[in-house]
Design a protein around this ligand. Structure first.
Ligand code: NAP
Length: 365
């Protein structure tokens, strides 16, 4: 097929830069529009980013001279854009929600990294290995909001959720429902965007507070694990979650220390390890271009996963799990790691867009 023309909203930020890196040679998508705040609008991408390019690889040459558009300048959207990835917030959540819906109302599919629309009832919050079926709500969203048949908003969850939820989903799918989860996250600086990576005092401390993060961590799994029934996504509150989230001096990679109790008798550690190692979701079955193979990598070494060794497993799209053990107070515990700006942001959204294409939700030639 011809590559699908895409635009990046928030192209100059940490997540935006990851989109450019990941899409530079993507087989299905081609970037034709870059947009950011009014501060960047009218400048070439290279000038707009200035010394804020934070990727290890250099800025792809093809984007350097593209002129950045203001994300709210709807009149100047290039006519060839088919799909938008959004990695930006406008002032407050309400303004961000409205802005994403304006793009949808103009007939564009929007796959968003922002938290603004995660709890909008007719917006699916997708981890492609878990709940691709929730995309079936999109025609309802279009009908509810009078969008053209091509326009909609789909979102990604919070950037640490996939570190452990894919593993929990695999256990549930194998017939071992989980009753209680205690999770402590050790979240990377890049999770706080450009400021997180550039304020020097953040590199020498552990900050025990990430405002709003624990609420998101405890709440978002219920929607992702929910059932699509009667044209609604009904959250599944059967699994209780308790979260404590911290920011640690690590550049990329959110680690989660997870403790859990099963509803029934716990499977053996060998069984759990086998379930995780053999797990495949829809992206793997469909062989989507960004699907990691395997999605869950189980490590036996006692000192893994470690951020600097494992964050890029599966091109930054895999979840790496280690230290699986029985626990004194819970049935089991384990350590899980995933790349927050790849799997937890740009890469996860690209995988969602690939699923949308494969399932026919994105009109293209
Ligand atoms: P960032 O590095 O601070 O970048 C913010 C981007 O938004 C920049 O392109 C900036 O443009 C633009 N922007 C800021 N204020 C704006 C405004 N008022 N109007 C229009 N554009 C504006 O942030 P980030 O880490 O890339 O995060 C972007 C989004 O992804 C956020 O919603 C965040 O919650 C979400 N997210 C981030 C991560 C992560 O790990 N970092 C993970 C999941 C989700 P200028 O350069 O022109 O200012």
């Amino acid at each position: 097929m011809n590559r699908i023309s895409v635009g990046i909203l928030g192209a100059t930020g940490v997540v935006g830069q990851n989109y450019l890196r990941l899409l530079a040679n993507h087989p299905w998508f081609e970037i034709v529009d870059l947009a950011a705040s009014s501060r960047s609008a009218g400048k070439t991408y290279e000038d707009a980013v200035g010394d804020r390019w934070l990727m290890k690889s250099s800025m792809p040459t093809e984007f350097k001279n593209m002129v950045v558009r203001d994300v709210t300048d709807y009149e100047s959207i290039p006519s060839n854009v088919t799909l938008f990835f959004s990695a930006t917030e406008l002032g407050d959540k309400e303004a961000t929600r409205d802005f994403e819906f304006i793009y949808a109302s103009k007939g564009y599919p929007v796959v968003s990294n922002s938290s603004a629309n995660r709890w909008t009832p007719d917006v699916p919050m997708i981890i492609p290995e878990i709940n691709g079926d929730h995309l079936e709500i999109l025609p309802i969203q279009q009908k509810n909001r009078n969008f053209p048949s091509s326009g909609f908003v789909a979102v990604k969850p919070n950037c640490s959720v996939q570190s452990y939820l894919v593993a929990i989903h695999a256990l549930r799918e194998a017939g071992y429902p989980v009753e209680e989860v205690l999770v402590n996250t050790l979240q990377a600086l890049s999770g706080a965007g450009y400021r997180g990576l550039t304020e020097p005092e953040r590199r020498i401390t552990v900050n025990p507070l990430i405002p709003g993060e624990e609420e998101k961590t405890e709440r978002e799994p219920s929607k992702i694990l929910g059932l699509l029934e009667d044209n609604q996504i009904i959250p599944d509150y059967s699994m209780e979650m308790s979260a404590l989230c911290t920011r640690v001096p690590v550049v990329d990679g959110h680690t989660a220390l997870v403790y859990l109790n099963f509803v029934d008798e716990a499977p053996s550690l060998e069984k759990i390890s086998k379930i995780w190692s053999e797990f495949e979701g829809e992206p793997q079955t469909l062989k989507l271009p960004s699907a990691p193979m395997p999605p869950i990598l189980v490590m036996e070494e006692e000192d893994r996963p470690q951020v600097h060794l494992d964050v890029n497993n599966g091109n930054g799209m895999a979840v790496t799990i280690g230290r699986l053990a029985e626990d004194k107070f819970f049935d089991i515990r384990f350590v899980a790691l995933s790349h927050n700006t790849v799997r937890g942001a740009a890469g996860g959204a690209i995988l969602t867009a690939e699923l949308l294409v494969e399932k026919g939700y994105i009109n293209h030639n």
